[in-house]
Design a protein. Structure first.
Length: 278
């Protein structure tokens, strides 16, 4: 059989097979979907390959020669040097290195909180290095969530009110916001804490609320800076398991940590030393 032969669907004649002699020979009148399925199976069997489509990961972040330095009395002190890095959508990436290596600085640049750097930064094909500060912040609010070592919850607001803060900056009706908060409270199993203030929560509970607040607007990128640094091992494991679940649901995660155990939850590790990638 000539595998380069094609299929033709006649308006009434059904499916016909075209051979290398350019003549049409009728086959059984079966549905085209079935014939296509048979053809794919036959081709896969002959070639010894699996024709199932693979998950395609698009590039989310691309850094090219990113550098950051501080100047004092005409002396430049570099924090980051020639950082070139690619992160794909759906990855779980860990940044590691000793204190002062530039990990948190790199995370701030990724999150568009720091604009004092040189080089190229592309986010979802958008040239961030060419954007005005206002446009950068719009992308930040739309696509990025943050989790910090210090929980940064607002002490004068309840758990529910803290969760509502990111939504209040968006064009979302109050009823919809209340429904989103209620759904997240249930998902994170903190419904019973919704009317409590941060001071009434344990460290682990506060960090759980901080993670919930970071993901309530469904960001495509979650940035975490030492997210378990102030937690005991049990609480830290709970947070990392939550991160793993969020990643499996499609959220891209970049975390900074000193913990080898936390790094094991990710797909790959990026090592920084004195501002250089190693």
């Amino acid at each position: 059989m000539d595998l380069t032969a094609g299929w033709r669907i006649g308006s009434r004649a059904g499916v016909r097979f075209w051979d290398s002699r350019s003549r049409y020979r009728p086959l059984r009148k079966i549905k085209c979907q079935v014939m296509r399925h048979v053809f794919i199976k036959l081709t896969a069997g002959l070639l010894g390959t699996n024709c199932a489509p693979e998950r395609v990961q698009n590039i989310m972040i691309q850094l090219v020669n990113i550098e950051k330095c501080y100047e004092a009395r005409a002396v430049k002190t570099f924090v980051l040097r020639r950082i070139t890095l690619t992160i794909k959508e759906g990855e779980f990436v860990t940044i590691m290195g000793p204190s002062g290596a530039g990990k948190s600085t790199l995370l701030s640049i990724l999150g568009m909180l720091d604009a004092a750097w040189t080089g190229e930064y592309h986010f979802l094909s958008e040239a961030i290095h060419k954007l005005k500060p206002r446009d950068r912040m719009e992308i930040n609010k739309r696509y990025i969530g943050f989790v910090f070592q210090q929980y940064h919850l607002l002490d004068e607001l309840t758990v529910s009110e803290n969760l509502d803060v990111p939504l209040s900056y968006r064009n979302i009706r109050r009823s919809e916001r209340e429904a989103m908060v209620a759904d997240l409270l249930d998902r994170f199993q903190i419904v019973g804490k919704k009317d409590l203030y941060p001071s009434q929560l344990s460290g682990g509970q506060q960090q759980l609320v901080a993670v919930a607040r970071a993901v309530i607007a469904k960001p495509r990128l979650l940035l975490a800076d030492e997210p378990t640094g102030n937690l005991h091992s049990g609480q830290g494991k709970e947070i990392m398991e939550l991160f793993k679940r969020l990643n499996s649901e499609g959220t891209t995660i970049v975390q900074v940590t000193h913990s080898e155990a936390n790094a094991a939850y990710g797909d790959r590790v990026i090592n920084l030393f004195d501002g250089w990638l190693k």
